[in-house]
Design a protein around this ligand. Structure first.
Ligand SMILES: Cc1ncc(COP(=O)(O)O)c(C=O)c1O
Length: 379
């Protein structure tokens, strides 16, 4: 692993002083650099730079370039959204559907990756759900569920319940074989695991920023591959979707040649200011190093939970692990409350405990968590 001064990065997260936050699969904490950047931006706006637009447009362009580096995509294929759901609606509403077209999902997805597609049933579109097998989405099941009318597969990079990491490359190859569009909800993976959308052959990606990317809530991104770019109509268009937005009365001008066409109006400037700092931190450490650190945390948690005799809901096969570890506990809700009383924050999901440490967490943090779980369980 690349040599990193992790202590320096821990200093960016002051909440570490009096709580143990292991819940990045839910909501991300703030860091000092993002906080300072926002403070500087607001201080300027407060007294001198009331007109922020030119400055903000530059910031946005720089941010999109940084995102391009993060996911290994051309900047012109990236647009900003407000969250994962709005991005997936851009896809669902922008494709041209015929009655009888089918969409392939699974019954383990977070609703953001289901509702935008269910909503298309009014157009005669049918949804098929692959059933998960005890938290595993079997790729053979997906292959068998494809029908001649299936036009789209949409799936999470990482499943929110138990951190099951789907094999995106293998799924993409099924999509290519059957000429289906491949869509990924990346929110539980991006920021924790490396992502190369071109190498993974993803057609469409949507990702909210408020989890592993550690952006403020209300900002997300989409990637629209060159392959589907012309098939996807900007169904939620506005003045910012146009080639020259400031040519106000030229209503009939073409849409922007880039993914900017999928953005309708004014963007989330303060969100961008903060998110830019966090992505810069991630690129500074290196996405590979972040993934290695996160995987080392996951491996540690899995081993220590197994040693303590707990049954895991997270797959133990390394290729399918991510930043999330979920386990069963006979008194999960009481344990969850006990952990909170001890200022340890995790999620309670469907009667199971879900832990999601980020790159700045270390094995000492996790040992503290295990020791609290063991103390509770011995009672
Ligand atoms: C897999 C997954 N997708 C999407 C979301 C959230 O969607 P949105 O960004 O639209 O709030 C979550 C969690 O909240 C999630 O776990």
């Amino acid at each position: 692993m690349k040599k990193i001064d992790w202590e320096k990065y821990r200093q960016l997260y002051p909440h570490l002083k009096d709580q143990l936050y292991l819940n990045h699969a839910a909501i991300a904490p703030m860091n000092r650099r993002a906080f300072t950047a926002l403070q500087d931006f607001c201080t300027k706006r407060l007294s001198e730079k009331v007109e922020f637009w030119p400055d903000a447009s530059e910031k946005k362009a720089a941010f999109i370039k940084t995102l391009a580096e993060l996911i290994q995509a051309p900047a012109e294929n990236i647009a900003l959204t407000s969250n994962t759901s709005s991005g997936l609606n851009t896809l669902a509403l922008g494709l041209t559907w015929r009655p009888g077209d089918r969409i392939l999902l699974n019954d383990f997805e977070f609703p953001s990756n289901v509702i935008p597609f269910i909503n298309l049933r009014r157009l005669g579109v049918e949804i098929d759900y692959v059933k998960h097998r005890n938290g595993i989405i079997d790729i053979g099941d997906i292959r068998r569920a494809v029908r001649p009318q299936t036009r789209l597969l949409s799936i999470s990079f990482v499943e929110f319940m138990n951190g099951y990491r789907n094999d995106l490359k293998a799924l993409a190859s099924i999509c290519r074989e059957h000429e289906m569009i491949f869509s990924v909800d990346a929110i539980q993976g991006l920021g924790a695991l490396k992502m190369d959308v071109r190498n993974m052959d993803i057609d469409f990606l949507s990702c909210g920023g408020h989890k592993w990317l550690m952006w403020p809530a209300g900002l997300g991104m989409i990637y629209v591959s060159p392959r589907i770019f012309d098939q996807l109509y900007p169904a939620q268009a506005g003045w910012m979707s146009l080639e020259v937005p400031f040519d106000f009365f030229n209503y009939h001008q073409p849409f922007a040649a880039t993914a900017q066409r999928f953005e309708a109006g004014t963007f989330n400037t303060m969100g961008i200011v903060m998110a830019m700092e966090t992505v810069t931190i991630m690129l500074e450490i290196g996405v590979e190093t972040i993934e290695e650190k996160i995987m080392s945390n996951t491996d540690f948690l899995i081993r220590r939970l197994q040693e303590s005799g707990f049954e895991l809901y997270t797959p133990t096969e390394p290729a399918h692990r991510s930043g999330i570890v979920t386990f069963f506990h006979p008194r999960a809700e009481d344990l969850f409350n006990y952990l909170r009383e001890n200022k340890i924050f995790v999620s309670l999901r469907e009667g199971k405990i879900r832990i999601a440490p980020h790159f700045y967490n270390n094995h000492d943090d996790l040992e503290r968590f295990i020791s609290c779980v063991n103390t509770f369980s011995a009672d």
